[in-house]
Design a protein around this ligand. Structure first.
Ligand code: AMP
Ligand code: MG
Length: 518
């Protein structure tokens, strides 16, 4: 396996001078050199062929021992120097100081077909940033990250990618519910890929330490490699950089809202500077449409990162990034303008996104009202978001009525007449509004189906794959991986995955309740 390497990060950015892998505060450095931990019995259980292909790695090579050893951290690729990044972050609204790659180790950068990809292992052992934890990851959370990142990519949502999922062969102790019942679980390692793993927190840590010199070095590097079209760094370019990060962050969150993805831990250390979905932890997919839903049990009290609050939290995080970049820009009003634009752009883009989900392609000043009315109606009784929007494309006129969306209701038999009346009245408005559209029913249906996925990684589906994998059967991982490559297509043989969450999964740990323990 011959990789084409170009390690810009380690060659252009300041490294921690201390080489010892001890837990500490790291100053004046963007990263620390650290080697992954050897594992007792590494075994690759899945690889993303699409991602391997984009890295110039052949299918045959992914099956080699060399691949296995490199992508589980058991062999260091020749002439490379693995490292962990230093970053800080605001967690649940509070400044948390230095965090860093506590269980992520960056291996190298691959250049292929004019693209530069950073390669990182998650769960490959401790680093100077591991704080009180072990630097490892368990199989269940690794399966969730591995599958979801690839699923998001195929949904058209900006995201980091997955290359491989492996067992380490070691056991890892975890207290899933934080209730004093730790148990051993299988350890695992995901190799993940991204043009950059930089987070808002990488910039915040320097600002918090008044280290403007390194803040500038890091920002200049980021602009040079990821925002080169903005030109040579200057005050104006720093501002434009912030503007672009703001736009890309918003774009990502609008996609999340469209497909019903709830990240679960939108702390600033989990916000990618490129607006990519990163760090798949206690995330979840909406089953019943509910603005108030969060999958993360740690956030159950305040529901800070609930579905309906994600756009606001994106803005809150951008505000923190604005503070961090302020020393380079030194003017408040233009930064405030960018944040104000986020709000107006959100209104516009959210409306456009919802219109596309409903099949409205012409202008109508009543659309916002129709959408708000729908969002209220959707929350009257438990209504499956994915099934509702997908089946709505079969609605053509009032005669097709409630029947078309019946499957989306979790308890259709017991829906009150009152609720049915409200649904019928919304459908009446919808039918009338559709009459103004110029496309044929078939054309509209095709367009709606291209934005309303048929298949998403429902929370219980990931759990089924986890339960089977825990017993040594990896077939479901592969089945979901293949299914989710074509989320917008009809796949008659896979109709069983276009179904509401089964009742057994309603309150099951891993399906509706997820913690940060991973
Ligand atoms: P998260 O909320 O999962 O993004 O994690 C916040 C911070 O904790 C990050 O800096 C992680 O690297 C670190 N972290 C999470 N789990 C572990 C672990 N098992 N070992 C070491 N560090 C961890
Ligand atoms: Mg994280």
């Amino acid at each position: 396996m011959q990789l084409s390497l170009n390690n810009t990060f380690t060659s252009e950015l300041p490294a921690d001078k201390i080489l010892e892998n001890s837990r500490r505060q790291v100053h004046n450095a963007v990263f620390s050199y650290v080697n992954p931990k050897k594992t007792s019995a590494p075994k690759v259980i899945h690889t993303s062929k699409e991602m391997a292909n984009q890295l110039g790695i052949s299918l045959k090579e992914t099956k080699s021992d060399f691949f296995k050893n490199v992508f589980t951290g058991n062999k260091i690729y020749p002439n490379t120097t693995p490292f962990a990044m230093c970053y800080g972050g605001h967690q649940f609204g509070n400044w948390a100081g230095q965090l860093g790659d506590g269980r992520a180790i960056n291996l190298f950068e691959i250049e292929h077909q004019n693209k530069n990809w950073k390669v990182q292992l998650k769960g490959a052992g401790e680093t100077p940033y591991s704080r009180t934890a072990d630097g490892l990851a368990v199989l269940r959370s690794s399966i969730r990250e591995y599958l979801c990142a690839e699923a998001m990519y195929h949904l058209g949502v900006p995201t980091t990618r997955s290359l491989s999922l492996s067992l380490s062969g070691d056991n890892v102790l975890r207290d899933i519910l934080y209730n004093g019942n730790p148990a051993y679980e299988k350890g695992a390692i995901v190799s993940r890929i991204s043009p950059s793993f930089l987070r808002f927190g990488n910039f915040e840590i320097f600002a918090a330490r008044n280290d403007v010199k390194n803040l500038k070095i890091l920002t200049d590097y980021t602009i040079k490699h990821h925002f080169a079209h903005l030109g040579k760094p200057s005050k104006e370019v720093y501002l434009k950089f912030f503007q672009e990060v703001s736009k890309q962050t918003l774009e990502m969150i609008i996609h999340w809202q469209r497909v019903g993805f709830v990240h679960g831990v939108m702390n600033t250390d989990n916000m990618s500077i490129l607006g990519l979905t990163i760090d798949y932890g206690p995330y979840g997919w909406l089953e019943g449409f509910d603005f108030g839903w969060t999958p993360n049990t740690t956030d159950r009290q305040n529901k800070r990162y609930r579905y309906g609050n994600q756009p606001n939290m994106g803005l809150w995080n951008l505000f923190q990034l604005a503070n961090a970049l302020y020393p380079l820009i030194e003017e408040i009003p233009p930064l405030e303008n960018v944040l104000a634009d986020y709000k107006t752009d959100f209104e516009k883009q959210s409306l456009a996104m919802m219109k596309s989900k409903l099949g409205f392609f012409t202008e109508n000043k009543n659309d916002l009202g129709i959408i708000q009315n729908l969002e209220d109606t959707l929350q009257l009784v438990e209504t499956d978001m994915t099934i509702f929007f997908r089946n709505l494309s079969n609605f053509s006129d009032q005669n097709t009525g409630l029947k078309v969306i019946e499957d989306a209701f979790y308890n259709f038999e017991n829906i009150s007449d009152e609720v049915k009346k409200l649904w019928n009245s919304w459908l009446k408005i919808y039918a009338k509004r559709l009459q103004e559209e110029k496309l044929s029913h078939q054309q509209r249906k095709e367009k709606m189906n291209a934005v309303n996925p048929k298949y998403v990684l429902r929370n219980y589906m990931a759990q089924l794959a986890i339960d089977a994998a825990d017993k040594g059967n990896y077939d479901l991982i592969d089945e979901f991986y293949i299914l989710l490559k074509k989320p917008y297509e009809e796949q008659p043989e896979n109709e069983k995955w276009f179904a509401k969450r089964p009742e057994w999964a309603r309150h099951k740990v891993g399906c509706s309740m997820l913690s940060c323990s991973s």
